[in-house]
Design a protein around this ligand. Structure first.
Ligand code: ZN
Ligand code: FE
Length: 494
């Protein structure tokens, strides 16, 4: 490409080439100039020869060595040993045969453990079994814990919640026109979740009736504590790469890799890159095959093995001192029912050869002593259909709602299929430091009672599926969790 055209091209993209950078690019192919332009667009104003070389001649960075005249210090995280511990994960521990009685066991386990969490509250220390209500006097004050078997509005505009426990059932009435606050709470209730109800006993025709005064969730304890991390390390949180889809944003991912190598970004961003010790992907590494109708037309790789090959080729370029944690999503090649085991070696062998830890979905993983709960987020598809506007207005509010339910997929019989393991892997029985989800393709975070709820966004552009549903994704927003400062921040790559 000739010099004049190059200068113009970069100027149009609001960048300025130094004379040396111009010299380097002159005589090269247009395609190469294009690559440099795309990698730096919106990131850099002055384009130096170092930046150009960094993009066109990426050589394996040697620690602290002068590279092409450009001194890049050794990343801080390279001095620190990775500390990854998989605390809980279904991979290799799935014994379910999927029989009806297995489901009964699963729900009983879920109920007992969530009731246990509610009983930690002083007011719910001793809830009444629903089976005992029938023998009690009308007008008595009661506290019960049940699973929501039904939630509906009555013809009179009141809200009826039918509760179930292993001993019986009860109809909980939330009257309209009494307490606005209570009605709002009741509207928040998700079918099948476990809640506590406090109210007055009334006799009913078929089953005991409780006129509700208050509703309680297992929730998180109010006093959260922060993890203590000695070393200045960060974890980069990603999800929803969707490699294989025509909408996979390769250039954005390339820019992500450049940033991670310390080649692009401002001082603050380079500092975060230098301290990055972990990259965590919460599912949907590939777009998969046959996941949604007419997906074929939106794929550039029609073979699942090749999709994972491509993921491996990309992740391979992450610097060696960074540990990569990979968890599956609903587009990955593993059973779609939850809990999902790790993506198997048979389809993604090369991923196992990288510096990776392969875990299931959900998975509890400790990174440098910070407890992460990874969950792809399929249950959000169910939540949006039942939650009132306020609690689904942003992605992190929905994540907070899961924390309050202390369950990752409270609703049964919707989009989330469940494998009836003996123990319900989706109960949030411990308090994580970070809940990391994806699936919604919208980045966002929020702190709730000491826990960071982080949705990591995506590297996929708008698909026809999303357009139909009016969802606008936020690709190229990378969340970096500073483990030492216990604080997330977002790097924009687009
Ligand atoms: Zn996805
Ligand atoms: Fe997904």
């Amino acid at each position: 490409m000739d010099g004049e055209a190059l200068v113009r091209k970069f100027q149009e993209a609001q960048m300025c080439l130094t004379p040396e950078a111009l010299q380097l690019l002159e005589g090269r192919e247009e395609r190469e100039a294009e690559r440099v332009l795309e990698a730096l667009r919106g990131r850099e104003f002055i384009v130096t020869p170092e930046l150009v070389r960094g993009i066109l001649e990426p050589s394996p960075p040697e620690a602290g060595e002068a590279e092409g005249g450009f001194f890049r210090p050794k990343p801080l995280a390279a001095e620190v040993e990775a500390r990854v511990e998989v605390l809980r994960d279904v991979t290799g521990k799935s014994y379910s045969r999927g029989e009806v009685r297995d489901f009964l066991k699963l729900f009983l386990d879920r109920y007992e453990r969530l009731k246990g969490l509610l009983m930690k509250r002083s007011d719910y220390a001793d809830p009444l079994p629903l089976g005992e209500l029938a023998g009690m006097e009308e007008g008595e004050e009661v506290r019960v814990v049940g699973m929501v078997a039904e939630k509906r509005e009555t013809p009179g505009g009141h809200l009826l919640l039918r509760l179930e426990d292993p001993t019986g059932t009860a109809a909980v009435w939330v009257y309209k026109g009494k307490s606005e606050e209570l009605l709002e709470k009741a509207e928040e209730v998700i079918p099948d979740e476990v809640i506590g109800v406090e109210g007055t006993l009334r006799s009913g025709d078929k089953e005991p009736r409780i006129v509700a005064r208050d509703i309680a969730w297992p929730d998180l304890p109010t006093s959260g504590s922060s993890p203590k991390v000695e070393e200045p390390v960060c974890a980069v949180l990603l999800s929803d790469l969707h490699v294989g889809s025509k909408m996979f944003l390769r250039e954005v991912f390339e820019r992500f890799l450049l940033w991670l190598e310390g080649r692009v970004g401002d001082a603050r961003q380079r500092d975060l890159a230098s301290r990055t010790k972990y990259v965590v992907v919460a599912g949907d590494l590939v777009d998969g095959i046959g996941v949604y109708p007419q997906q074929e037309e939106e794929l550039y790789l029609h073979d699942i093995f090749r999709q994972y090959e491509e993921v491996a080729s990309l992740l391979e370029r992450i610097p060696d001192h960074i540990k990569i944690v990979l968890s599956p999503g609903n587009h990955d090649a593993v059973r779609p029912s939850e809990p999902q085991p790790a993506i198997p070696r048979e389809v993604a062998g090369r991923l196992y050869d990288l510096n990776t830890v392969m875990v299931g979905n959900p998975a509890w993983v400790s990174l440098h002593g910070v407890k992460f709960l990874l969950y792809h987020g399929r249950s959000f598809d169910d939540l949006v259909s039942v939650l009132p506007g306020n609690s689904r207005k942003d992605v992190s509010s929905m994540m907070v709602r899961l924390l309050r339910a202390r369950h990752l997929a409270p609703m049964y019989g919707g989009k989330v299929a469940v494998v009836p393991e003996e123990r319900d892997f989706l109960v949030i029985d411990e308090v994580p430091d970070v809940l990391h989800c994806g699936h919604l393709h919208i980045s966002g975070y929020k702190r709730y009672r000491g826990v960071w709820a982080i949705n990591s966004g995506t590297f996929q552009g708008m698909t026809s599926y999303m357009r139909e549903r009016g969802i606008t994704p936020t690709p190229g927003m990378v969340t970096v969790m500073d483990l030492q400062k216990n604080k997330p921040s977002v790097i924009r790559l687009v």
